[in-house]
Ligand binder design. Structure first.
Ligand SMILES: [Fe+2]
Ligand SMILES: [Fe+2]
Ligand SMILES: [Fe+2]
Length: 400
């Protein structure tokens, strides 16, 4: 299938940036701003279109290794603590090996905290440091030390003199000089405004379409599901568990490989919108207030918002984003009814409930199969979920 990488990258950056923002308290859009600064520098350095595309993709994904650390309490609300972990470079480099778009790029994410003088984690210096890694390392430094919105007047002068001290030592002269030139233009701060950055990247980056199978896309979406799961210790295995169950049910129904992989992708991404919900609400071990529940209801709305932009994702979007709708119209966010919910949407809704009931949470152990089925049968009785699917879930998982 022809797959537009630009759209895909914007979905991943949505996931990464929101997760970093909520968990580490970093200003929203870190990945996008690092991508923007990298792009502008590459332009000045005369990069080819292909190299610009690779650089910007890597910049968007540069902190993708964060997933492993999201649940670590000691690091919470402190990006500086997290950025100093060498591990996020190693994990991030490994993760992107699954991304067929970047097969020819090596060690860029691994070395995204290296400095020209060898003072980074791996002590790589000078010519041994790939130029793309140098640019991302520089852009990351700029974004974590300065506020783009303030780049004018005295603030800008102070920032320039700060970076002048690093020029030729930690960062190459050509990168620093390109940066100085870019920041003299007012668009530097305007493009990075939260209202503009997404549009700006979309409009200016070269378009890339690649041939990918749903099997390959499903492997890529596993890394996104890890990020979603890792955001909260309450749901540390929820998407992964749901994807496994979706796989098992698809085999039970004898779906072909395309249908099966689409269902797994939908499971991997169904709670994508939860990245917008603060952990303080997701982890509230009490009844939610009206305001909080209203916010929770938005998560599937945003799952739809992001997935509907992806090529070949029309039915995946439905299955993923309908998982809280109910046959009697009592679900959210659209209050859809039976005739608007296709079989796989119903299946995803049932599996989500089954997964949630049977998985362990920090405050309770997962329920046994029988008890979970009893609750689900009651929901069938009130006309909320599909009775024949619940029977199949019973048949398939009773033995697990
Ligand atoms: Fe980093
Ligand atoms: Fe970063
Ligand atoms: Fe959900």
């Amino acid at each position: 299938m022809k797959f537009c990488l630009n759209h895909f990258l914007s979905a991943v950056s949505f996931a990464l940036d929101y997760a970093e923002h909520d968990v580490f308290g970093v200003e929203l859009n870190h990945g996008k701003r690092v991508a923007y600064i990298s792009w502008r520098i590459a332009q000045r350095l005369g990069f080819s279109e292909d190299d610009v595309f690779d650089l910007v993709s890597l910049a968007i994904l540069h902190d993708n290794g964060l997933s492993r650390y999201l649940g670590n309490k000691e690091l919470k609300s402190n990006l500086v603590n997290y950025e100093v972990i060498k591990g996020h470079c190693v994990i991030g480099e490994n993760n992107i090996k699954k991304y067929p778009l970047l097969k020819d790029e090596k060690n860029i994410i691994l070395y995204h905290h290296e400095k020209l003088d060898g003072s980074g984690f791996f002590h790589i210096s000078g010519d041994n440091l790939p130029l793309k890694a140098q640019i991302i390392s520089f852009a990351d430094y700029v974004d974590t030390h300065f506020n783009a919105a303030k780049f004018y007047g005295a603030y800008q002068e102070k920032a320039v003199s700060h970076i002048m001290k690093l020029r030729g030592k930690q960062y190459s002269e050509q990168i620093c000089d390109s940066f100085f030139a870019i920041t003299r233009q007012a668009c530097y701060r305007l493009d990075q405004d939260p209202n503009n950055i997404f549009e700006c990247l979309q409009q200016n980056l070269p378009l890339r379409n690649v041939d990918l199978s749903y099997q390959e896309i499903s492997e890529i979406t596993e890394t996104i599901s890890d990020i979603i799961d890792a955001k909260s210790k309450f749901t540390w295995r929820h998407s992964r568990g749901l994807a496994e169950k979706a796989d098992i049910m698809a085999r039970f129904y004898k779906y072909d490989d395309v249908q099966r992989n689409k269902l797994i992708i939908a499971a991997n991404l169904h709670d994508l919108g939860k990245l917008l919900i603060p952990n303080s609400i997701l982890e509230a071990n009490r009844a939610l207030t009206e305001d909080e529940f209203a916010l929770v209801q938005s998560h599937t709305y945003y799952t739809r918002h992001v997935l509907s932009r992806l090529d070949g994702f029309a039915d995946i979007t439905e299955w993923a984003a309908n998982h809280h709708e109910k046959l009697d119209g009592s679900g959210y966010p659209y209050g859809k009814t039976a005739k608007e919910l296709d079989f796989n949407s119903r299946l995803m809704g049932c599996l989500d409930i089954y997964q949630a009931l049977t998985e362990d949470r920090p405050y309770r152990e997962g329920m046994g199969h029988k008890k979970a089925l009893k609750i689900m049968s009651d929901m069938v009785g009130t006309g909320r979920i599909d009775g024949s699917i619940v029977e199949d879930v019973d048949t398939v998982f009773a033995a697990y």
